[in-house]
Design a protein around this ligand. Structure first.
Ligand code: NAD
Ligand code: DAU
Length: 351
C-alpha cells in the first residue's frame, strides 16, 4: 500500500496519546504513524501492545527537548504532519517542579516547531502542525459562563501557564512564518490507561485498596469531563477537517462538582466490587486544598459541534462504568504503574 502521509504523534505512549495513536493506526492503513515518546513516568508502551506490530506503526523513543535528535528524525523521516501531545500534564507536579513544565511544554514545543519549520519552510502545502492544548489556559470561571474560543488566556498554575505559552508560540509561528497549524483546547479527560495521579484513576485505585480518598478543599470545584475516546475522535475530525490557523474547544457538556463525582464513583465501585452500599463513601477525606485551585472549568463546544458535527458519544455514567471495568480487569497494569516511584510521589503529595 502506498503511504499517503507520515504523521508524527508525540506523547503517544501516554493516556490520550495512546488512544489517538490506536485510532489513527487502525483507521488509516495508508498513513504511517510515528509515535515519539520519552517514556517518562506517564508513558507506557503497555498501552499499545495491541497495535505495536502493525505495519503502519513505528515507535521512536526520544525526548522533544533534545534538539539534535529532533532535527535528525525530521531530516530522516520528513513528517508531513505533527499531532503534538507530549507534555508534563499534572497540575500538582507543576506546583512542586515548575521548571520541568517549562522545559517540556514550552521549550519542547519550540524545538518541534523549529524542526517542522526547517523541514518544510519552502513548501508547507498539505502540511499541518496540530497542537493539543487544554481548557486550563483560560483560567477559572465563576459559578456561571463557559469558555469559548475567544475567552482571554488567564492561566493560574505553572502547568496551565506553560501550556498557554506553548499555544502562543504555535500561533506566533503561524503568523510569522506561515506555519500551518491548528490548536484544540480540551476539558478534563477520563477513561482507560490514565495514570493514577489524576482524580478518577487515583480514586479508583484507592477504593480497590480501601485507602482514603483525598478530596482537596471542600470538594466544590467543578470540572467538565470527557471520555478519552471521544477526545480522540474530535482530534481525528480536527486533523482532517479543521480550519487552518483556528482553535477548537472540546468539552463534554458534562459539569460535575468533584464531591458529587466522587460520590457517583463510590456508588459504581460498591456495585462492581460487590461491597455494601455506602462503604466506599466512608473513605472520603477532605484534605488541604491545591494552591491556586481553579474553581470551575466548563467548555462551550458549539464551534466543533456546528462546524465538524462532533459531540460526545457516551454519557458520563456509561463512560465511568467502562473506565471502572477497565481498571478492575487490568490489575497488572495498575499494579505495575503504582509500584516504585509512584509510592514516593504519593507520599510526598498526600502525607
Ligand atoms: P500524559 O501525562 O498521560 O502523557 C504525556 C506523554 O508525554 C507521556 O507518554 C510521556 O512519556 C510523554 N512525554 C513527556 N515529556 C516528554 C518529552 N520531553 N519528550 C517526549 N515525550 C514526553 O498526558 P495526557 O493526559 O495524555 O495529556 C496529553 C496532552 O493532552 C497534553 O499535552 C495535555 O496538556 C493535553 N490535555 C490533557 C487533558 C487531560 O485531561 N488529561 C485535557 C486536555 C488537554
Ligand atoms: O482541564 C483539562 C486538564 O484536566 C488537563 O489539561 C490536565 O492535564 C489534567 O490533569 C486535568 O487537570 P485537573 O487539575 O483538573 O485534573 P485532576 O484530575 O488533577 O483534578 C481534578 C479535580 O479533582 C481538581 O479540582 C482537583 C481535584 N483533586 C484532584 C486530585 C488528584 C482532588 O480533590 N484530589 C486529588 O487527589
Amino acid at each position: 500500500m502506498s503511504i499517503k502521509k507520515k504523521v508524527l504523534i508525540t506523547g503517544g505512549a501516554g493516556f490520550i496519546g495512546s488512544h489517538v495513536v490506536r485510532l489513527f493506526v487502525k483507521k488509516y492503513p495508508n498513513y504511517h504513524i510515528f509515535n515519539l515518546d520519552a517514556l517518562t513516568y506517564a508513558g507506557n508502551l503497555e498501552n499499545l501492545t495491541d497495535i505495536e506490530k502493525a505495519p503502519n506503526y513505528t515507535f521512536i523513543k526520544g525526548d522533544i527537548t533534545d534538539e539534535n535528535f529532533i532535527e535528525k528524525i525530521f531530516e530522516s523521516h520528513k513528517f508531513d504532519s505533527v499531532i503534538h501531545l507530549a507534555a508534563e500534564s499534572h497540575v500538582d507536579r507543576s506546583i512542586k517542579d515548575p521548571l520541568a513544565f517549562v522545559k517540556t511544554n514550552v521549550i519542547g514545543t519550540m524545538i518541534l516547531l523549529n524542526a517542522f519549520k526547517r523541514c518544510w519552510s519552502e513548501n508547507f502545502k498539505d502540511k499541518l502542525f496540530y497542537h493539543i492544548s487544554t481548557d486550563e489556559v483560560y483560567g477559572t470561571l465563576g459559578d456561571t459562563g463557559l469558555f469559548t474560543e475567544s475567552t482571554s488566556y488567564d492561566p493560574n498554575s505553572p502547568y496551565s501557564a506553560s501550556k498557554a505559552s506553548s499555544d502562543h508560540f504555535v500561533r506566533a509561528y503561524g503568523e510569522t512564518y506561515n506555519l500551518p497549524y491548528v490548536i484544540s483546547n480540551c476539558s478534563n479527560n477520563y477513561g482507560q490507561n490514565q495514570f493514577p495521579e489524576k482524580l478518577i484513576p487515583l480514586f479508583i485505585n484507592n477504593i480497590i485498596h480501601n485507602k482514603p480518598l483525598p478530596v482537596y478543599g471542600d470538594g466544590n470545584y467543578t470540572r467538565d469531563w470527557l471520555y478519552v475516546k471521544d477526545h480522540a475522535i474530535a482530534i481525528d475530525l480536527i486533523f482532517h477537517n479543521g480550519k487552518e490557523s483556528e482553535t477548537y474547544n472540546i468539552g463534554g457538556f458534562n459539569e460535575w462538582k468533584n464531591i458529587d463525582l466522587v460520590k457517583l464513583l463510590c456508588t459504581q465501585m460498591d456495585t462492581k466490587l460487590n461491597r455494601k452500599k455506602g462503604s466506599s463513601e466512608k473513605l472520603i477525606t477532605f484534605v488541604k486544598d491545591r494552591p491556586g485551585h481553579d474553581l470551575r472549568y466548563a467548555i462551550d463546544a458549539s464551534k466543533i459541534n456546528k462546524e465538524l458535527g462532533w459531540k460526545p458519544s457516551v454519557t458520563f455514567e456509561e463512560g465511568l462504568e467502562k473506565t471502572i471495568e477497565w481498571y478492575l480487569n487490568n490489575e497488572d497494569w495498575l499494579n505495575s504503574v503504582t509500584s516504585g516511584s509512584y509510592k514516593l510521589y504519593y507520599q510526598n503529595q498526600y502525607s
